[in-house]
Design a binder for this molecule. Structure first.
Ligand SMILES: Cc1cc2nc3c(=O)[nH]c(=O)nc-3n(C[C@H](O)[C@H](O)[C@H](O)COP(=O)(O)OP(=O)(O)OC[C@H]3O[C@@H](n4cnc5c(N)ncnc54)[C@H](O)[C@@H]3O)c2cc1C
Length: 516
């Protein structure tokens, strides 16, 4: 079998299938090559307001109405109740000390809850990837992409006008030809290997290890009687990306509506060694034995799949694009699950590559856009890595850890608001890394934290750094680590977004945050 296509997409995770859909809508012929088959387990499940907004923008921009309902809990549940999904109202963090139950300090200094949405209807989601990715691959095929699953790529070589891909499927060899190759096969994937690319470490990030699986019967923390009944948090704390953080690492707990809960740990090499994470289930038990409250949460839980051990989570290729090829950010690099940066980074890359395919296909500007994609990918990924490195350095000092997360929450919510106002240039790159004042301030705060900076000085530096972008009241200490969605914050911050009161009114109605 042979075939010639405009675009070959390698890998049919959500990133690859969306790339194929976008390329089809940009008028290209597409082959989508997957070594496995759907449905299959995939890790990386928790979305965020910016990720969902980007998904919505791609769906609108490329006329993909069947994808759009997947950008919020309410529309997803009504349209596709059969596609597994979890309700994510915010980011929940609890700080733990080994050997002790979660303390629950009266001043809330050992917890942080940042709401991402005012109600369930417009809430974010956890994507149950066996269903979600399978649906998107089917959509890509339905839109005319040639979808080849169970296909092993043997070689990829640059030819006179694109790439030759030698592959085999069900015992049959094939040569596929494509003018443009998008690598969506994950870190260190198909193109990284085929082109013999080098990788580099993130300078300040520990070489963390991961251990994770899916469970059933994980208890809700808010049903375990550990929180004062009188206090009402900004959203039900378990309907969130729930983080248990401690010196050396953190555990995520993500609940799906189908009874499955995703959980795992990312740990520094020292803690991973101590727990012997590579041993899987017994290491998980050792971890639970250390943290009594987490132990109770998982007391009746049962893994539904074997544990997966990743001996090294971070990855950074030296290159993300070249003549006739580009990697999605998720193939070029991975930092850490912390703060759910993977999805928005991937979707921002899809936005860039879609734009190039749509407006500059076959023109010299196309290759220039690929180079810009590479530069922007690494700017964004490196900023995320620096922030996550600082967070790892201060897991043992929760007030500093919580303050550092404000850098993420300020930049992400500012970006969401700016985009919803139709002014994406205001926030610029992911984490506003290229913002003239916030970018350098983010860098300074992270380096202070990494250098063991004094707690009060780091807290003051973060307060000052976030002020120009803070549109959600993060600077208000009276909230004591609980940050609900309060429209008053947006109105009070309108000048930061160069917006009038009427524009904020319209934005809130348009996005379903209030009724007209
Ligand atoms: C432990 C962990 C937790 C994470 N949690 C989050 C989170 O909560 N939120 C978040 O935003 N991000 C998270 N991420 C990141 C997230 O997983 C990625 O951003 C996301 O999976 C990228 O999707 P993708 O479709 O681009 O690639 P992938 O999901 O990596 O899919 C790659 C696809 O390519 C296929 N493939 C691989 N090699 C080949 C080949 N040679 N030929 C053909 N096909 C191939 C694979 O079978 C697979 O289907 C996490 C990552 C890890 C490691």
């Amino acid at each position: 079998m042979t075939g010639a296509f405009d675009v070959a997409v390698l890998g049919s995770g959500f990133g690859g299938s969306l790339a194929a859909l976008i390329a089809r809508r940009a008028g290209r012929t597409v082959v989508l090559i997957e070594r496995g088959t759907h449905p299959r387990f995939a890790i990386g499940e928790s979305s965020s307001p910016l990720a969902n907004l980007l998904l919505e923008e791609l769906a609108d921009g490329y006329d993909l109405p069947r994808i759009r309902p997947l950008s919020a809990w309410g529309t997803w549940q009504r349209t596709y109740p059969e596609i597994g999904c979890g309700l994510k109202r915010g980011f929940t963090f609890y700080a733990h000390e080994a050997g002790n139950p979660f303390r629950g300090a009266p001043d809330r200094s050992d917890q942080l809850l940042v709401a991402a949405s005012p109600n369930d209807e417009v809430a974010d989601t956890h994507w149950y990837r066996p269903d979600f990715d399978g649906f998107l691959a089917d959509e890509a095929a339905a839109e005319g992409a040639e979808y080849l699953d169970r296909t092993a790529i043997a070689a990829i070589a640059a030819g006179a006008s694109g790439f030759d891909i030698d592959a085999s499927r069900a015992g049959r060899s094939m040569r596929l030809r494509a003018r443009f190759v998008i690598d969506a096969s994950g870190p260190g994937g198909a193109l990284h290997q085929a082109l013999g690319l080098a990788s580099t470490a993130f300078p300040d990030l520990p070489q963390t290890e991961g251990l994770f699986t899916h469970f059933e019967n994980v208890r809700r923390l808010d049903a375990m009687g550990i929180f004062p009944a009188a206090a009402t948090p900004p959203y039900p704390a378990d309907d969130a990306a729930l983080h248990h953080v401690f010196d050396g690492g953190w555990i995520w707990v993500l609940r799906f509506q189908n009874g499955v809960t995703s959980a795992g740990i990312a740990a520094t090499p020292a803690l991973a060694r101590e727990l012997r994470l590579s041993e899987g289930a017994t290491a998980w038990q050792r971890l639970l034995d250390r943290f009594p409250t987490v132990h109770d949460q998982f007391a009746g839980a049962r893994p539904t799949l074997p544990f997966v051990h990743r001996p090294q989570l971070p990855f950074r290729s030296r290159s993300a694009a070249g003549p006739g090829w580009a990697m999605l950010p998720s193939a070029a690099a991975f930092v850490d699950p912390l703060l759910s940066t993977g999805f928005p980074l991937t979707l921002l890359g899809l936005e860039r590559l879609g734009e190039a395919m749509r407006t500059d296909w076959g023109r010299p500007a196309f290759e220039e856009k690929l180079q810009r994609h590479e530069t922007r990918t690494f700017l964004e990924v490196d900023a995320a890595a620096l922030l996550v490195s600082a967070l790892y350095a201060r897991f043992d000092d929760f007030p500093v850890f919580a303050a550092l997360t404000h850098l993420y929450f300020a930049a992400a919510s500012f970006a969401e608001s700016a985009r919803r106002l139709g002014r994406p240039a205001l926030s610029g790159a992911f984490l506003s890394a290229d913002h003239p004042t916030f970018g350098p301030a983010l860098d300074r705060c992270c380096r202070m934290a990494l250098g063991g900076g004094d707690r009060d000085e780091v807290l003051a530096a973060v307060r000052e750094a976030i002020e120009p972008l803070d549109v959600i009241g993060l600077g208000d200490a009276s909230r004591r680590n609980w940050y609900p969605v309060d429209q008053a914050d947006l109105y009070a911050s309108a000048r930061k977004l160069n917006a009038t009161r009427a524009e904020i009114d319209a934005l809130l109605v348009r996005c379903g945050l209030v009724t007209a």
